[in-house]
Design a protein around this ligand. Structure first.
Ligand code: PXP
Length: 251
């Protein structure tokens, strides 16, 4: 069992907060650099069709400015393929995408989509981009990854993250079995979606899972790690400005 498991940090939701105001901050590239400085082994970003968080310019900047590998999450569309080929990220993780969903709900139907996926996987591989498929821990989907020639699968942990009690344990067992099967058929196995401090342990302990990709919780939790000192800094700036203004007036 490899001692070290890689951590990819997904910075999409820094862009969600930026876009809420339409300005330039918070900057997802700055967050990516901070994540790398903090030990992230890679940066993950999902360029969605509707550009609700990450935008084309972010992918452009990330692919030039970060020192760790970029993992571009993308739908298997001509538009996204063109963008991936233009920026040549280290990896491309193909995800299912529906406009109306709030986040990626369920894994990619690789087994049912061989015809559409084959040319996309082939072109990414020909460009030396490491292809990963975001799938459920279902042997049919894992076999399809092998058929497609994708070297990596990312197992969807979203359902595991939402369930509780025995149902969560059953889903965890399914992921453990899926990860073992993926390794057996020669796939590199990653996992992600919905992981938090409370639920990451059992997934991090799965022997054949080489990488976790985690975003939403980390970005949300960063608020609580940083809000206190940001308020204190703002308070100090206000107090200094007032003190200077009063000093200037009384001089
Ligand atoms: N992996 C994939 C393929 C995803 O689509 C996402 C969400 O964009 C993640 C990992 C990260 O999930 P979360 O933001 O819930 O940690």
């Amino acid at each position: 069992m490899a001692k070290y498991q890689r951590l990819g940090v997904n910075i999409d939701h820094v862009a969600t907060i930026r876009n809420a105001r339409g300005g330039l901050y918070p900057d997802p590239v700055r967050a990516a650099k901070m994540a790398v400085a903090a030990g992230a082994d890679g940066i993950t970003a999902h360029l969605r069709e509707d550009r609700r968080h990450i935008r084309d310019e972010d992918i452009h900047a990330l692919s030039r400015e970060i020192s760790q590998p970029l993992n571009l999450e993308m739908a298997a569309t001509d538009e996204m393929l063109t963008i991936a080929l233009r920026h040549s990220p280290h990896a491309a993780c193909i995800v299912p995408e529906k406009r109306e969903e709030r986040t990626t709900e369920g894994g990619l139907d690789a087994a049912g989509g061989l015809k559409q996926l084959t040319p996309v996987v082939e072109r990414l591989r020909a460009a030396d981009i490491r292809v990963s498929l975001f799938v459920e821990a279902d042997p049919r989907q894992l076999d399809a990854a092998v058929t497609l020639g994708a070297p990596v699968v990312e197992l969807h942990t979203g359902r595991y993250a939402e369930l509780v009690g025995q149902a969560q344990q059953d889903e965890l067992d399914r992921i453990i079995d899926g990860a073992a099967y993926a390794a057996q058929i020669g796939l590199e196995c990653h996992a992600g979606h919905g992981l938090t401090f409370d639920n990451v342990g059992p997934i991090a302990a799965i022997e054949s899972v080489a990488e976790l990709n985690i975003g939403h919780f980390l970005i949300g939790e960063a608020i609580f790690g940083g809000l206190d000192s940001m308020i204190k800094r703002m308070r100090a700036l206000m107090d200094n400005a007032r003190a200077n203004a009063l000093g200037a007036r009384s001089a």
